[in-house]
Ligand binder design. Structure first.
Ligand SMILES: [Zn+2]
Ligand SMILES: [Zn+2]
Length: 139
């Protein structure tokens, strides 16, 4: 199909404006969702997960159902219920002394995720920056 230069320029510009909108080459679904939610917020549905599937893993027809069965009913819930930052990225819990009392600081997830470690094309697995939550034996 012929595309005019104007069309090319427009889609190029749109790509720059919405860098979060499409998965990068080799980027895993979790890192993509993390960036997309950062970029535009969660709309209460699985639109980014669906886009990832359409663009990267069109044969993963069961993906959305699998995410839902893991408790990921919208894009942000996927990163809470279905996949979470890998433990090695969390701060460690520690005890501090305040006024002679011991306070336990709970481990916290990272404020921002490191760059995606990459997955094989067509994979719907998260990269090693994430681990899958086991729920109902499906994941
Ligand atoms: Zn959400
Ligand atoms: Zn990743």
């Amino acid at each position: 199909m012929e595309r005019s230069i104007a069309d090319e320029a427009e889609s190029y510009l749109r790509g720059l404006l919405e860098e979060w909108a499409v998965p990068q080459p080799g980027e895993c679904i979790a890192c993509y969702l993390d960036r997309a939610i950062e970029g535009s917020g969660c709309d209460g549905d699985l639109r980014f997960a669906e886009r990832y599937r359409d663009l990267v893993a069109p044969r993963a027809t069961a993906l959305l159902a699998r995410l839902e069965s893991a408790g990921g009913y919208c894009d942000c819930e996927v990163l809470v219920n279905a996949m979470q930052p890998a433990w090695h990225l969390w701060s460690t819990s520690r005890e501090i002394e305040v006024d002679g009392r011991t306070i336990v600081l709970e481990a916290e997830p990272p404020e921002s995720m490191p760059p995606c470690l990459g997955v094989r094309r067509g994979s719907t697995q998260p990269c090693r920056n994430w681990h899958r939550m086991i729920r109902r034996g499906r994941w």
